[in-house]
Design a protein around this ligand. Structure first.
Ligand SMILES: Cc1cc2nc3c(=O)[nH]c(=O)nc-3n(C[C@H](O)[C@H](O)[C@H](O)COP(=O)(O)O)c2cc1C
Length: 190
């Protein structure tokens, strides 16, 4: 059984992108393909980054738990809103606090906005950061415009059939990355 974590990045009280995180959680649970872990940054309520986990003397149990879940995950889905053309500080906070845990980690990015563009600028910003930290972002996109019209509070999409089809194609690429051998080949020409 594979381990997949979903990071729900918005910590706003009235957040809407969490609906999409709930959708993916339900979708994966229905497939029986993976153990699914919801990493809800609103629940974790992490303090503002001031040091990487490796350099913290007394890391919180919360942070150790988060780091361990990232480490054991075969793949990660990040559901992020777009804020001012980027991704939220809550997400940067948890990316920067870890390092080795992200290395070669297959990551699928879901972007969400209330407007018509589906968070396309947040996608670019987040991909760059994840590339710098040597995570492995899949090339497929799953962008959700007009989120309030498309998903209800329980994460049920307005058009389930079409959404499930898109999710299948999107997750298929994540699964491929999860099966791939991400360690550098021993036969590489140096
Ligand atoms: C501080 C802030 C900045 C935002 N900037 C953008 C933006 O640049 N582009 C966009 O399409 N939506 C923007 N939005 C709207 C979000 O897309 C909207 O809140 C959506 O529901 C996803 O965020 P949420 O999960 O926090 O609700 C912004 C919202 C906030 C709170």
């Amino acid at each position: 059984m594979k381990e997949i974590s979903i990071i729900s990045a918005s910590i706003r009280p009235d957040r809407k992108s969490h609906r999409v995180a709930l959708y993916f959680e339900k979708y994966l649970e229905a497939t029986n393909f993976s153990n699914t872990h919801m990493l809800d940054l609103q629940e974790f309520n992490f303090p503002l980054f001031d040091n990487t986990l490796a350099d913290q003397k007394n890391p919180s149990a919360n942070l150790l738990d988060f780091a361990e879940t990232i480490k054991l995950s075969d793949g990660i889905i990040i559901v992020t809103p777009e804020y001012n053309g980027g991704y939220p500080a809550s997400l940067k906070n948890v990316i920067d606090v870890l390092y080795q845990e992200w290395r070669h980690k297959p990551i699928a990015i879901v972007t969400v906005s209330s407007g018509p563009f589906g968070g396309s600028q947040a996608l670019v910003a987040l991909q760059f950061t994840l590339w710098k930290i040597m995570a492995w972002t899949i090339p497929a996109m799953f962008s959700v415009p007009n989120v309030s019209e498309q998903y209800d509070e329980q994460g049920i999409p307005a058009d389930k059939q079409a959404t499930d089809k898109l999710a299948y194609e999107f997750l298929d690429q994540l699964m491929w990355s999860m099966e791939a051998d991400m360690e550098p080949t021993k036969n590489a020409v140096m």
